[in-house]
Ligand binder design. Structure first.
Ligand code: ACM
Length: 264
């Protein structure tokens, strides 16, 4: 199975420019699954909820979903991508799983980071796992990495691969995702962006790049640079993620001690 990511550098608010750039980056690439960053079409640093509502799109008939359907057709890949979603007066930091025929998976970021709490409504959908044929794909977004229950829930629901659209600003995430993969014996594709936004004077955000693919043994199969756009596609054997035993006596799911764990 061929899986990968796009690492881009969007210009804030310039959706058409950003989609055109993605078309150029994806030209001549094909795969089974490609993950794009969080808010890949708009940029990240919304200053107000009104601004987010203005750039947000409905999933049905929205420009970006239409573009994703066409990009999926061209690349022959299922695409996971983050975008601001408008729905009934609400605005979510969402990710969609798209095929040529439309949206087949949908997630709204559960753990909003910092000032995102002033801009977005918190996610209100279950953590979802979606079957794309060669693999089952679970979706989480960026800061969800800091809550290990997110990846665990996706793995317990059957995810072979965690698709992780991101706009990372905290340096520990790429290494933490190795642990998420070891804990759950899943693949993870973190698709990040590069560049800086300073839409609030004195509050620059520098995005750390380093998009990566990690396997269920915790190997980083590829990690991108901190500052360059990149597309990376590689081949993996998804059967690795379906074996939760790490030796004849330990199974990562069967050995869990739910009798000792607490919800709070
Ligand atoms: C983040 O969750 N975009 C840092």
């Amino acid at each position: 199975m061929k899986i990968g990511f796009v690492q881009n550098e969007p210009r804030f608010g310039e959706v058409e420019h950003n989609l055109d750039r993605l078309s150029t980056l994806l030209a001549n690439h094909s795969a089974d699954l490609i993950v794009l960053p969080e808010l890949f079409n708009t940029g990240y640093q919304f200053t107000t909820r009104e601004e987010a509502l203005k750039l947000a799109e409905p999933l049905s008939g929205g420009r970006t979903v239409e573009w994703l359907m066409e990009a999926s057709r061209r690349t022959q890949a299922a695409l996971v991508a983050g975008l601001a979603e408008s729905s009934g007066g609400r605005v979510y930091n969402s990710a969609v799983l798209v095929r040529p025929e439309g949206v087949i998976g949908h997630y709204r970021k559960a753990h909003l980071f910092d000032t995102e709490k002033r801009v977005f409504d918190p996610g209100d959908l279950p953590l979802g796992v979606f079957d794309i044929g060669p693999a089952r794909v679970g979706i989480m977004i960026c800061f969800d990495w800091r809550f290990p229950e997110t990846a665990r829930t996706l793995a317990l629901k059957g995810a072979d691969i965690i698709a992780h659209p991101s706009n990372l600003v905290l340096k520990h995430c790429p290494d933490a995702m190795i642990t998420r993969c070891l804990e759950n014996r899943v693949f993870a594709i973190t698709a990040d962006r590069v560049g800086t936004e300073e839409r609030v004077a004195g509050q620059p955000l520098r995005f750390i790049g380093q998009s990566q693919v990690v396997d269920p043994d915790g190997n980083v199969l590829h990690r991108a640079s901190a500052d360059q756009e990149e597309v990376k596609i590689l081949s993996v054997d998804i059967r690795q993620a379906r074996e939760k035993r790490i030796n004849p006596n330990n199974d990562l799911f069967d050995d869990r001690r739910e009798d000792l764990y607490i919800a709070r």
